[in-house]
Write a protein that binds this ligand. Sequence first.
Ligand SMILES: [Fe+2]
Ligand SMILES: [Fe+2]
Length: 165
Amino acid sequence: MFQRIKQFYWDITSKFKSIDREFVDRYLYDEDKVLFYQLKKAEQHHVIRVAKNAKNKINELITNVDENKFMRICLLHDVGKIGGDLTVIDRSILVLANKLTKGKIKKYTNINKIYVYYNHAHIGADLLKKKGYDEDFVKTIRYHHSEGYSRDIMLNILREVDDIS
Ligand SMILES: [Fe+2]
Ligand SMILES: [Fe+2]
């Protein structure tokens, strides 16, 4: 609960805080930045916090994680939130669900936002795959909200720090 309040506070104040461009420039290539800067400002702040917390974690744990790569993955982990283009089938399902609930879904937010919220991990993974990013990016981002144990150290750290960032 306290985490939620903190995240809410970060989100509403993020408009007034500037992005740590030095950090972004240190890790991201130009092609990464094209994606990164399409995120909303609050999301940009969130993924930077995630990356910084993840960096502390790998330094603490003494792992053989490739820091540069992991930082890029962290900074792009919510990149699916910039997309949100619905397929025809997705849209039909949502429209139907909306009908069945007599528009109750819509009351909370618009339908596209609901879709992106629940599917941004897969949307982001598919987007990066299409752009030629390697398996580490695609896999880690695809499963960052999935349940269940993983042997993958980057995925585990990302899941852990995502919740507190
Ligand atoms: Fe996410
Ligand atoms: Fe996230």
